[in-house]
Design a protein around this ligand. Structure first.
Ligand code: AMP
Length: 143
């Protein structure tokens, strides 16, 4: 299973925002869409950051409620790690575990084409394990 197969099932929509968006609007969008992260893009659609619910909490804890009025550019992570449609489920799990984050924007030919969360990874991993178990049971009972 690779990223392309995951996107075929979940779709390619990505919630994005501009770097000058106030953090309060980011928090509202995260809550309304029930998602954990938003990709921050520049005027030309290029990825310039990522902000997750953890960043919002951290900004509130360190700077207080006034941080909600500040542009998300002050809070987002600027060095965004992305993945390719050809990356495998195992590679995504390794990346997320090693770097301790739960979201990976997908890039094809320099363009943002999707996002994979740890929830997507776990869901497809469980499905793969179940398929393997079923195949093993069939093999044992029919041999
Ligand atoms: P998360 O686990 O996705 O809520 O994110 C935890 C931290 O990692 C936050 O500071 C995010 O801004 C950051 N982060 C999340 N995804 C990525 C990514 N793909 N590349 C770089 N940083 C990320």
């Amino acid at each position: 299973m690779n990223v392309s197969a995951i996107l075929r099932q979940k779709g390619r929509a990505v919630t994005t925002a501009h770097p000058d968006t106030p953090l309060v609007e980011i928090a509202n969008k995260l809550a309304a869409k029930r998602i954990g992260a938003i990709v921050i893009v520049g005027a030309g659609g290029e990825i310039c950051g990522i902000v997750s619910e953890r960043d919002v909490i951290r900004a509130l804890a360190t700077s207080g409620a006034s941080s909600l009025k500040e542009p998300v550019a002050q809070t987002m992570t600027r060095q965004v790690v992305t993945c390719l449609e050809t990356d495998t489920l195992d590679e995504l799990m390794a990346m997320m575990t090693a770097r301790r984050f739960r979201h990976l924007p997908v890039v094809t030919d320099g363009a943002l084409v999707g996002i994979v969360s740890i929830g997507d990874v776990v869901k497809h991993h469980v499905a793969e394990v179940e398929m393997e178990a079923t195949a093993m049971r069939d093999y044992i009972t029919h041999s």
